[in-house]
Design a protein around this ligand. Structure first.
Ligand code: SAM
Length: 508
């Protein structure tokens, strides 16, 4: 467990700065191909590229990024301000003969958001590459793919208080604090909270308060204007011979943890407050997993606006293999087969046919809920790390449209979003396109086929003329009934606004 000692951590930060311990510098030190290999869990190419370099950046990269023991004298040269005693006192390493063995990792993490480009140092437990085997149950996770997904989804508008439920190493809390005055970060793991405190200090970020406890226990009676969570949603068989990892498994049956978060979140949101989290949901028998989520949301004692984006579905065997591998148990081993059997028994017991994964956005409704969006978006997202500002934009469009009649919409002047492109596909030799496709370059990267009338309207949305006038002009051009064309186009214009293809001028 690391020790979040402020004085020692500020000395460590000074040494990391002076070694230029940043992602770009480390990537440059071992090259792109070794970096990719490391991303896939193999550190040998990176070690080979570093060769016998003994400068502070190389020593710290081996010790703290790759998790390889380094000679004590060389570590001493790399952390002259902290000293090796300080490093040991912080819980980052231990002396073993004439070497320092790592006990934790520190990895630089770069990010880009609306406020600019930045980077954090994120300390976490040794991963399975550094450990050379399966993870212990109380493992504290570093920044993984899911962490980055949720960090990118976080809304980028200002907030006063944010709750990060299940903070782990604190990555969501760090991200939330970029836009919020204060963050409360909770976890059931004392070790995770120590890392969250450690990382806040290491990055010089104040205003993050850590609290111990399960789910909403540490915040009873409190409300927040944002709640973010990458909760331990992984569905795990409840058997003594199946490891239950704190970092991914909330100890409940099936997808009960996600339903518990949904049941409890409303009363901890202030009116209009928004919760964003990741989750898995089961498809039981012939049932639809998104309907299952809908039922949980409709059962919430606090009325909630809901936007659920299912990103993928796995069958039980794929799902089990994914999470068995994630725990460090390799395919083909006896242990792997035994675990796979346990997972498949568990799913069969509840008649689970598939497991959905996706993003959940819930808002404490002010009045009757107006947002009921349950969708599957499987296309690659152009810049997954920057969805937050897109969500802010399209939620604002939804709210505005909720108060607008069709006549109001016909009177509105709209703009086509700057990332939208149009592609026309023709049969060879034909002048008229058979397919016109609009595509988003940001946001969810949606693509949709439109007819010539809608394509013409979108193309003409430059904020000059009202939508109704544009529709009438197109009706004249196409020689169709203007009233019928308005009736046809206006609902689709609403959808284009809600998806972010079109914008109100004030949002541009
Ligand atoms: C998937 S990790 C997420 C860590 C980090 N927030 C991120 O995004 O990378 C889930 C975290 O939830 C914590 N956790 C597990 N059960 C919990 C519970 N019942 N209540 C609160 N946190 C819990 C785990 O200890 C772990 O740190």
């Amino acid at each position: 467990m690391v020790h979040p000692d402020a004085a020692l951590i500020s000395r460590l930060a000074a040494d990391l700065r002076s070694a230029d311990f940043h992602s770009a510098r480390i990537r440059a030190a071992w090259g792109e191909s070794a970096d990719d290999a490391f991303g896939r869990g193999t550190r040998v190419p990176a070690l080979r590229e570093l060769g016998d370099r003994r400068d502070p950046l190389a020593v710290l990269a081996r010790l703290l990024v790759l998790g390889v023991a380094q000679p004590t004298t060389e570590v001493a040269d790399a952390v002259p301000t902290l000293t090796t005693d300080g490093l040991v006192a912080l819980g980052l390493g231990e002396v073993s003969g004439d070497e320092i063995r790592p006990l934790a990792l520190i990895r630089p993490q770069s990010y880009v958001d609306d406020s600019g480009v930045g980077g954090w140092w994120v300390a976490s437990d040794l991963d399975e590459t550094a450990l050379g085997g399966p993870l212990p149950d109380d493992h504290v996770l570093g920044v993984g793919g899911a962490s980055l997904t949720l960090a990118g989804l976080q809304l980028t508008s200002p907030a006063s208080r944010v709750l990060d439920l299940g903070t782990g190493c604190g990555i969501q809390a760090l991200r939330a604090r970029r836009y919020a005055d204060a963050v409360v970060a909770t976890d059931i793991s004392a070790s995770a909270l120590a890392y969250a405190d450690f990382n806040a200090l290491l990055n010089g970020i104040d205003g993050i308060e850590t609290r111990m406890g399960s789910l909403f226990e540490p915040v009873v009676g409190e409300t927040f204007d944002r709640i973010v969570s990458n909760p331990p949603f992984v569905i795990t068989p409840r058997r003594d011979d199946v490891p239950a990892y704190d970092y991914r498994d909330g100890g409940m049956q099936g997808d009960d943890l996600v339903s518990a978060v949904i049941a409890g979140v409303g009363e901890h949101l202030s009116p209009g407050g928004i919760a964003q989290f990741l989750g898995n949901w089961e498809y039981v028998g012939d049932g639809d997993g998104l309907d299952r989520v809908r039922a949980w949301i409709e059962a919430s004692p606090v009325p909630l606006d809901a936007w659920i984006v299912e990103r993928e579905q796995l069958d039980p065997a794929e799902y089990a293999a994914l999470w068995i591998r994630d725990g460090g148990t390799v395919a083909g081993s006896g242990a792997h087969e035994r675990l796979l059997d346990a997972w498949l028994d568990d799913f069969a017991h509840r008649d689970v046919t598939r497991i959905g994964f996706g993003y959940v956005l819930l808002r404490r409704a002010v009045g009757e809920p107006t947002l009921h969006r349950y969708e599957r978006v499987g296309t690659p997202i152009p810049a997954e790390g920057s969805l937050g500002s897109h969500l802010v934009q399209v939620l604002a469009a939804h709210d505005r449209l909720a108060t607008m009649s069709d006549a109001d919409l016909a009177a509105a002047r709209l703009l086509v979003a700057p990332d939208v492109t149009e592609a026309r596909h023709h049969l060879p030799g034909q002048e008229e396109p058979t397919v016109i496709e609009l595509r988003q370059g940001t946001g969810f990267g949606r693509a949709l086929s439109v007819d010539p009338a809608l394509a013409g309207l979108v193309g003409a949305c430059d904020g000059d003329l009202p939508v109704g006038s544009l529709s009438d002009a197109i009706a004249q051009l196409l020689e169709v009934d203007p009233t019928a064309l308005r009736t046809d186009l206006l609902p689709r214009v609403r959808e284009l606004l809600i998806d972010g293809f079109l914008r109100f001028p004030e949002q541009a």
